[in-house]
Design a binder for this molecule. Structure first.
Ligand code: APR
Ligand code: PHB
Length: 389
């Protein structure tokens, strides 16, 4: 078998790249280790930068997002049960779109189906070969049978635990990492959101976040110790603790209910360099991870796909390899800025086990400065809505 761009990973990065390439007449094939239902069952975030919203519309998958997504022109930050608003619209003229990653991935699969895009699910033992030649190929198993696909390029969109990054020569690959000493306990509940916009709350007892999926599906998070287990956190214990950490008005008005999903996620900052090695390009979580505090994970996958899709279009349609040559540097420049923002939001809003009373006072004063400074708010707002591509 043969294709032009072989994409490993059928998550949002791989599917969006495949969709954009197909609309440009460039042939792709997606290899996904899991079943479609498994991929769609993953509960992930859902705050989209304006650049990603535009890219999804360009890819022809913006219709349901524009119909069901919620535009947010601001967000709330809170310190010790008292909140203040960051007005994105007034400060930057921009906004974000709240639309779940699960829904977005579903839209991408439907769009691939509509264009008869090739996505092979439940493949195994994916291995990448000859990336330092003009004709790489990928081997894998499907239904127990060994298969081979020849291609021009490989796009590694296979997430943090994928095979692509591990194929890069260890002598070339550089990895930067910060693992945070706490996790996020998240629940999904079929209750109306406590606030029209998100609330990022800093509290002596730890961080909390109030988010939503729609008018009757809410998503809440609590900073917890990595030693904690789900079993330790009954729904009642979760709601009680959440009420202690969020602004008083929200705590009094919040509608609680049974959780329909509950999970603990570790927090990590991670970047792999370079994002291109020979005929291999890395996109999304395969190359970088951000702590969710800045809502950048999905959006960084989209900007990688934006740069790579432009580069491949230039190569195939204009016989110009400038985009391919500069892909890694261009993508990494935006990745590191989002890493900085996500790290600074995490450092600002969470309680660190080893922090001193001075450290805690610094966090409080930094939030008070943010509340009083238009300049500081503008910096946060422009990073949150997304820096230009
Ligand atoms: N072979 C084939 N598929 C693989 C392999 C492999 N060896 N390893 C992993 N995969 C698949 C996974 O099953 C997954 O469906 O690659 C896909 C990677 O998808 P994601 O992890 O969703 O990564 P990405 O598409 O880059 O999206 C990034 O996902 O985790 C969130 O916060 C993150 O929102 C961000 C987004
Ligand atoms: C979410 O809705 O799941 C969410 C929103 C914002 C974040 C992280 C997660 O920063």
């Amino acid at each position: 078998m043969r294709t032009q761009v072989l994409i490993i990973g059928g998550g949002p990065a791989g599917l969006l790249l495949s969709q954009l390439m197909h609309r440009q007449g460039i042939d792709t094939l997606v290899l996904e280790r899991r079943s479609r239902d498994y991929v769609l069952a993953r509960i992930r975030a859902g705050v989209l930068e304006s650049g990603m919203v535009d890219l999804l519309r360009e890819a022809g998958v913006g219709e349901r997002m524009d119909r069901e997504g919620i535009v947010h022109e601001g967000t709330y930050l809170a310190l010790s049960n008292r909140g203040f608003r960051i007005d994105f619209k007034q400060l930057t003229g921009g906004s974000v779109m709240v639309y779940g990653q699960t829904e977005l991935t579903r839209d991408l699969y439907q769009a691939r189906d509509a264009m008869e895009g090739q996505v092979l699910h439940e493949v195994g033992r994916v291995q990448i070969h000859d990336l330092d030649t003009d004709s790489p190929h990928v081997t894998f198993t499907k239904d127990g049978r060994a298969q081979r696909i020849d291609c021009d390029y490989v796009a590694g969109c296979d997430g943090f635990h994928g095979v692509s990054r591990k194929t890069i020569d260890p002598a070339v690959l550089r990895e930067f990492e910060r693992v945070y000493p706490f996790g996020w306990l998240g629940i999904l509940s079929q209750t109306p959101p406590v606030s029209e916009e998100l609330i990022y709350a800093s509290h002596e007892r730890g961080f909390a976040l109030c988010s939503m999926r729609n008018q009757n599906l809410s998503r809440y998070y609590l900073q917890v110790s990595l030693q904690d287990s789900i079993e330790q956190w009954s729904d009642d214990a979760f709601w009680d603790e959440l009420k202690r950490r969020i602004p008083l008005a929200a705590a009094e008005s919040i509608v609680t209910g049974e959780s329909i999903e509950k999970s603990i996620a570790p927090l990590r900052s991670f970047v792999a360099e370079p994002m291109r090695w020979g005929r291999l390009f890395l996109c999304g979580d395969a190359a970088h991870i951000v702590p969710p505090t800045g809502a950048k994970g999905l959006n960084l996958a989209a900007s990688d796909v934006y740069y790579l899709s432009r580069a491949l279009q230039q190569h195939y349609n204009d016989n110009d390899d400038h985009g391919i040559e500069t892909y890694s540097a261009t993508a990494l420049s935006r990745v590191w800025k989002a890493e900085r923002f996500s790290w600074s939001m995490t450092r600002l809003l969470h309680r660190f086990p080893d922090q001193s009373p001075f450290d805690w006072r610094m966090q409080q004063v930094e939030l008070e400065y943010l509340e009083s400074s238009v300049a500081a708010q503008t910096s946060l707002a422009e990073n949150y809505i997304g820096l230009p591509y």
